[in-house]
Write a protein that binds this ligand. Structure first.
Ligand code: GLA
Length: 438
């Protein structure tokens, strides 16, 4: 989803507060390659960041990962299925109830050193493009459910690249929601948590997005893909084939999903409306097969047909791709990723030349299995499934070839499948995962 928001955050590099600063990553324009910071200092950094800002230690810590969409583009709001993965890039939050009874919450982003004050009595107005909206929107949704959140102080530390299609906003929402629920003394089922995040996006931020990002952030599992069914709201974890890795390459085109995304969604709704006339019982694009859609082509405006074809084709690719994984047919799975990208280019038109180029270069490199745009689209990242043994060379070659072709320094990174959102033990130490220096 769209970036956490402020220009400062958009340009952020991972930078915990003193004195536990780990090796500082270089900025993208200095050296594009994604660096991993390995440190045992995340919790220490959060605790110290909190103490420096608020003069005490935090009571609650949380972590929620970003995600990659591997197959199943724009299928979630069409009641379809998706294969995604929660990654080792996450939002981390430390928080405590605020002293006094002013109703004011203070939130500091340690990465960009930007701050917001949120008044619990004045939540009505989203500020356009502001990352504070994701927090205010959650509180509004909790109030709707009659869950009262006490005023709180919090520090944030995010390592999910922003505006890149890796769901930095869902990571923020889910990490913050865990904190808010803990402070309110309330437990909710995971699906309800995901829906609160989605409602925040839909009603407060103004992006009519589906549930994929929140579900992926909540239901990740190390070494596994997440297979989600958005009609039955079930998830299953599917092992990632041994010997493969995900390379992510950022097109550096910042995506913003509010306009074009909503338009694509409307086209899907129009298709359902028309197809329901031809095929009784059709309630969503999930109910239509590729063959049925082709048979009804003449009924649909050409553009609407192509939008629908993408979604229906994607649902088919998720199912056959999952079957390929079950049989150990990695090449077959990679091929579907490739077809998915082709369909994004031709039918859904949610790719961009920068991503197309990365995918095209990938196809020429040793170790390539499949590549595609990941997430909402209109910029952001491409995800490449590669043989692990070739992954590092693949990264280097992709960066070099892209630089040679167009002078842009693409940032690439290797992503590991990680566990879903959780509260952290305040006294434990965890590894600081890869930085979000895209
Ligand atoms: C964005 C949305 C998701 C999903 C994807 C496209 O990430 O937030 O709900 O629709 O785009 O698959």
């Amino acid at each position: 989803m769209i970036a956490v928001g402020s220009p400062t955050l958009e340009n952020s590099v991972t930078r915990p507060t003193r004195p536990t600063r780990p090796t500082r990553p270089t900025r993208p324009h200095q050296r594009p390659r994604m660096q991993s910071i390995h440190s045992d200092s995340m919790i220490t950094a959060l605790r110290q960041g909190f103490q420096e800002n608020f003069g005490s230690l935090p009571e609650v810590l949380s972590r929620a990962p970003g995600r990659l969409e591997i197959l199943g583009n724009h299928t979630d709001y069409n009641e379809g299925t998706v294969l995604s993965v929660a990654v080792d890039r996450a939002m981390h939050i430390a928080a405590s109830p605020a002293p006094g009874s002013s109703g004011l919450c203070r939130v500091v982003d340690l990465v960009s050193d930007s701050r917001r004050t949120i008044d619990l009595h004045s939540l009505e107005q989203p500020r356009k493009g502001d990352w504070g909206n994701y927090i205010k929107g959650l509180i509004v949704e909790l109030h709707r459910r009659e869950i009262r959140v006490p005023a709180f102080d919090a520090v944030l530390y995010g390592t999910v690249p922003l505006s890149a299609g890796m769901s930095s906003s869902a990571a923020l929402e889910m990490a913050m929601l865990l904190v808010l629920l803990k402070l309110a003394g309330v437990e909710l089922p995971w699906l309800e948590c995901a829906k609160i995040g989605q409602a925040c996006e839909n009603h407060y931020v103004g992006a009519n997005t589906g549930l994929l990002d929140q579900v992926s952030s909540l239901k990740g599992k190390k070494g596994h893909l997440i297979y989600s069914d958005f009609r039955h709201y079930t998830v299953d974890n599917v092992p990632i084939p041994q010997g493969t890795a995900f390379v992510v390459a950022n097109s550096m085109v910042k995506h913003n999903l509010t306009n074009e995304y909503n338009e694509r969604r409307e086209a899907c709704e129009e298709a359902v409306h028309i197809l329901a006339g031809a095929y009784p019982g059709v309630k969503a694009l999930r109910d239509v097969t590729v063959q049925q859609l082709h048979a009804a082509e003449k009924l649909l405006p050409p553009l609407v047909f192509r939008r629908a074809l993408h979604v229906v084709g994607e649902i088919d690719r998720v199912e056959t791709g999952r079957e390929a994984l079950r049989k150990g047919d990695i090449a077959g799975f990679g091929k579907r990723m490739q077809q998915s990208h082709q369909s994004s280019m031709e039918n859904f038109e949610n790719s961009c030349p920068e991503i197309d180029r990365l995918v095209e270069i990938g196809q020429t490199l040793p170790g390539y299995l499949g590549a595609r745009i990941s997430g909402g689209g209109f910029g952001g990242i491409s995800v490449h499934l590669v043989q692990s043994q070739d992954a590092q060379n693949y990264q280097k070659s992709l960066e070099k070839a892209d630089q040679e072709r167009c002078g842009i320094q693409t940032a690439t990174m290797l992503c590991q499948a990680d566990d879903g959102a959780r509260l952290l033990n305040c006294n434990a130490s965890v590894k600081l995962d890869g930085s979000g220096i895209f």
